[in-house]
Ligand binder design. Sequence first.
Ligand code: ATP
Length: 458
Amino acid sequence: MDNKYSFEEIVSHLKTSGFVYQGSEIYGGLSNSWDFGILGSFLKKNIKDLWWKKFIETSPYNVGIDSALLMNTKTWEASGHLKGFADSMVDCKECKSRFRADQLIEQATGLSAEGKTSEEMDKMIEDNNVVCPNCGKHNFTNARPFNLMFKTYIGTLEDAKSVVYLRPETAQGIFVNFANVARTSRKKLPFGIGQIGKSFRNEITPGNFIFRVREFEQMELEFFCKPGTDLDWYKYWVDYCYDFVKKLGINEEKLRIRPHSKEELAFYSKGTSDIEYAFPFTDWGEVWGIADRTDYDLKKHSDYSGKELSYLDPETNEKYIPYCVEPSVGVERLFLMICCDAYDKEKIGDNDERIVMHMHPAVAPVKACICPLSKKLSEPATALFNDLCKKFHCEYDEAGSIGKRYRRNDAIGTPFCITYDFDSLEDQCVTLRDRDTMEQKRLPISEVKDYIKKALEF
Ligand code: ATP
């Protein structure tokens, strides 16, 4: 897909304007680690708040939890992560570059290698004479699995008994709490349990800025329902998630829902779809995965823990292990999609230009910037700021020409600049300048709050 702006240009803007900083920068950085800056921390928080509102607070079905990051190691035995959460990697013997075998094959041949064993991938590399993208040679080690979980130790002894893992997904913290939530929430099936939190994966090939990182945040919902109703709910949640992305104002030409092929499906899944976005660095990149996971997880945890994880249907008196539909999304992926989609450069007049981030006001880091026309108006303008900042995240800026202040706010996606001028003292009105249309509107100060509130609706 044609991209108006290069990924490098967008990333550079995000780094220089305060969205994202290199992690541990003063020590030369830590590869592929990023810190979210004065604007990025707000964008992230706003994304999480919207998800929590849409998926937990305003959903008639769902409740939220916040489970621990470190879990009993048996959790990962039961979920299959200890044995199976591995990507196959290969090394180029000539230039020592390391690749994820499936990605190497896919990029070279266009064939999908998802779900293939290491041996099958070796054969695909041989049969298709895949060469190293770095040095052009065809001389690889055999593919071998590499577990993506970070290992650490609990307590003071670094022995096998004290090994624990940083969670590679938030979902398992939900499954192990299924019975607790069923007991304490008064919810009847169908119901969902959601949570937001950090996950860690020792990715072989992290990259593309914050797209694939080793430490990221997930927003996951595990939606439990009666077996047989799962495919309807699967469709419901695919639509619900797509609607969330659409409401963010993302260009629909750059969005698609991609159902997984039979070969790609996990053996326990009845259906999986990814919502993908055409990022500037790839054709399509996964943003959100929605999967019908059947009763796989609860059954496994019930087997491994010896605890009853079935549900007694109060209407029919039937007892069964619920099926589960899982919509799972990374905060960083939504963040990157929003920024890539919002970034724009516009010509104004004959030789002026502005960078503008057309992101939905609900996620914009700063909602309004209060700009007094003169420093002599500091006092009443500060009073307005003090009032508005109790409701929305606002900034106050009285330095430089008004034009420059507008440009700076356009570039960070602030939907409104509010100019307080000398007339404001008389008529108790201010001028609201719209980021997208650049139109200016005179409004009574008493109406400003409601005006902004309306624009933030999602
Ligand atoms: P991929 O195929 O890209 O490795 P996945 O299919 O393993 O991803 P899931 O395990 O389904 O990903 O994770 C759910 C969601 O978490 C993804 O859709 C993505 O938004 C996010 N995610 C997963 N891995 C990462 C990562 N390394 N960095 C950032 N976000 C991630």
